[in-house]
Design a protein. Structure first.
Length: 640
């Protein structure tokens, strides 16, 4: 195992440096080599884009993709990462009811972003965008998210607003707002919950009263509104859930409205009249200090109905699903950021000698990267970051295919892709945010005591990513969505289709010509196929138990989601292992050969050390329900 871990990390490790620990290079470097490997060698995206005849594939040439990645990297490394630490220490400051000051450098970086046309990269040309496939914007956002997550939230939320207005806005609303949002001149937010609601949006009490001429007066208080007020743009368009006077109770009575900070004329020109939306406060948070989390108070603010009355919750899921994928990227970004910092530190930090004998006898001690415990932490981070990247990229390409099917009028095919994304999204959001937090925590552990010190930057990643498994639906809500709504309500159809696909891939990998030369591929393919089959079996077992006790779904849901996450991560590593083996067969040499050998060795770690976690998750899924549910509230509390 030690030899394997040497190969796995070697691609990112120079010979142990003589630089002092304090002179480490603590900068972010976009992982372009791995991104290109995953796009070109694992997925052959050049052929993928050629198939997108109506949705921008022609413009997504290899040169264009390379340019997008390279320029995104320059922007992230040179403009975003340098202001990330300052944003954490300075934070946002509320100046007045309609003024929040963002951290130094944020406004300037955003202006560069707008001038570069980045916001409109994948939006339709008729709204001022560049009309390229949506996956390209996702690849770009991964880079900026890792460099500076809180800055990326501003354009990220706008993407959700744009998608919502495109899907549900009428011609007037689209003509008023979309061009400005797509250009980045304005930003957008989502306004869902209220002080008494949490995730139970059936309790939404904000009112919408018809005011004539297609306008409504919106009144109520919304909380946890990320980027709800700031100084980076002239106007902010809020997507707000509210109730009409005749609305039925619960979810069925919620409608969706667009409400700008400043009133906008019907021709899209901006007025100087504030629109009754003020900031009560910005929250004092554990992390994500660079983005203001606002309490917004709407007092007869003027808005327009989006979509159909009383269908607002369904329509808001356009925004929510955009944000859930964005939050999955936050988990990936935390893993990648922590891995980069940990790797640099482990190469430089001298402590003790290797258990198998000194590796650097000319130094006072060996660098900690020689120690098995440190290597295991680095490999776990690597597996989460690079495997999670693959999970997100696969989903991004499915979204491209869905858009193409819709453009071709093949609504049945588009719906099948949409259903597939509906199954994958809770796994992406739930698993990758939990795994990203684990990777970030391992960053602190790798640093030891130095990881607890703010100047070393790794602890900021932990604080920033801690919210990821909470917002846009907690892990528990994602798990109930996956197991309860996506699997059980559809009588196991999604999981049956998904595991059949995984098992087919595992069989093809097992029988591939490459596997005859790399025995590890056959071993890993067999393990993956077995895990996928067991996932299907466990779905049936939980269904059988739920027939007698519905709490079986609630108690099994989180381990069920995490089980699926590890199977998905393993599938990605088998894909990467096969692509790396093929490259070595084709004669890769030097540093390139080391990169591919590192992939193969990391895959070994994935299947030997991380996939086995499914064993205890299985035990949790099938644990007796009374172990959880028969404890009374009184028994939770100690007696005095």
């Amino acid at each position: 195992m030690m030899q394997n871990s040497v190969q796995a990390i070697r691609s990112g490790v120079r010979a142990a440096s003589t630089r002092r620990v304090g002179a480490r290079n603590m900068s972010y470097v976009a992982p372009l080599r791995d991104m290109k490997f995953q796009l070109d060698e694992v997925r052959n995206t050049e052929e993928h884009y050629k198939k997108l005849a109506k949705t921008g594939g022609e413009g997504a040439s290899p040169d264009m993709v390379d340019m997008i990645l390279q320029e995104s990297a320059k922007f992230a490394e040179n403009e975003l990462y340098p202001c990330n630490e300052t944003a954490d220490s300075v934070g946002c400051k509320q100046i007045g009811p309609n003024e929040v000051k963002t951290p130094p450098g944020f406004k300037e970086a955003y202006q560069s972003f707008v001038e570069g046309g980045w916001q409109g990269l994948s939006f339709p040309e008729k709204f001022g965008g560049q009309g390229l496939p949506s996956s390209l914007a996702l690849f770009q956002s991964e880079i900026t998210s890792t460099a500076n997550w809180t800055w990326t939230m501003f354009p990220g939320l706008s993407k959700g607003a744009i998608n919502t207005l495109i899907a549900h806005g009428d011609d007037l609303v689209q003509s008023k707002y979309l061009e400005k949002l797509v250009s980045g001149e304005w930003t957008g937010t989502m306004c869902l919950t209220e002080p008494h609601c949490g995730s139970d949006l059936a309790q939404v009490a904000t009112k919408a009263v018809p005011a004539g001429n297609g306008k409504y007066k919106i009144s109520g208080t919304k909380i946890f509104i990320s980027c709800g007020e700031h100084d980076m743009v002239d106007n902010i368009v809020h997507c707000v859930l509210a109730r009409l006077p005749d609305a039925p109770p619960g979810i069925k009575g919620i409608s969706l409205f667009s409400v700008p900070k400043f009133k906008v004329n019907d021709d899209g020109t901006l007025t100087d009249e504030l629109n009754g939306a003020t900031v009560g406060r910005i929250e004092n948070k554990m992390g994500c200090h660079g983005s203001p989390t606002c309490e917004l108070i709407f007092d007869e603010a003027e808005g327009e109905l989006l979509g159909v009355e009383h269908k607002g919750m369904r329509q808001m899921f356009t925004f929510i699903n955009t944000s859930r994928v964005g939050t999955a990227i936050q988990g990936l970004a935390a893993a990648e950021g922590a891995y980069q910092l940990s790797l640099e530190y482990a190469k430089d930090r001298l402590a003790m000698r290797s258990l198998t004998g000194s590796k650097f006898p000319d130094k006072v001690a060996d660098p900690i990267i020689v120690h098995p415990g440190v290597r295991q932490m680095l490999l776990t981070q690597k597996c989460i970051a690079e495997g999670g990247r693959g999970m997100i990229y696969d989903s991004a390409l499915i979204a491209d295919e869905m858009a193409e099917a819709e453009a071709n009028g093949d609504h049945k095919k588009a719906q099948s892709y949409d259903d597939r994304l509906g199954f994958l999204t809770p796994i992406l959001k739930g698993f990758l945010t939990e795994a990203g937090l684990e990777a970030a925590n391992l960053g602190i552990q790798t640093y030891g005591g130095h990881g607890y010190i703010k100047s070393n930057r790794v602890e900021q990643i932990v604080r920033d990513v801690r919210i990821a498994s909470v917002w846009e639906g907690t892990t528990q809500i994602q798990a109930l969505d996956l197991l309860g709504r996506k699997v059980m309500l559809q009588k196991l159809k999604p999981i049956t289709q998904h595991t059949a696909g995984v098992m087919k891939f595992a069989f093809n990998a097992f029988t591939s010509p490459t596997s005859s030369k790399y025995g590890s591929i056959r071993t890993h393919a067999a393990k993956l196929g077995k895990a996928a089959a067991e996932w299907q079996y466990l779905s049936l077992r939980v269904a059988q138990r739920a027939a007698g006790n519905k709490d079986a779904i609630g108690t099994a849901s989180v381990p069920y989601l995490m089980y699926g996450g590890y199977v998905s991560l393993a599938e990605q590593w088998l894909k990467q292992e096969m692509a790396a083996a093929k490259a070595l067969e084709n004669g890769a040499e030097g540093a390139e050969a080391e990169f591919y050998k590192g992939k193969i060795a990391a895959a070994q770690f994935m299947f030997s050390n991380l996939l086995p976690r499914t064993g205890y998750l299985k035990e949790q899924m099938l644990a007796p329900i009374p172990d959880t549910m028969d404890i009374t509230p009184e028994q939770f509390a100690p007696s005095n």
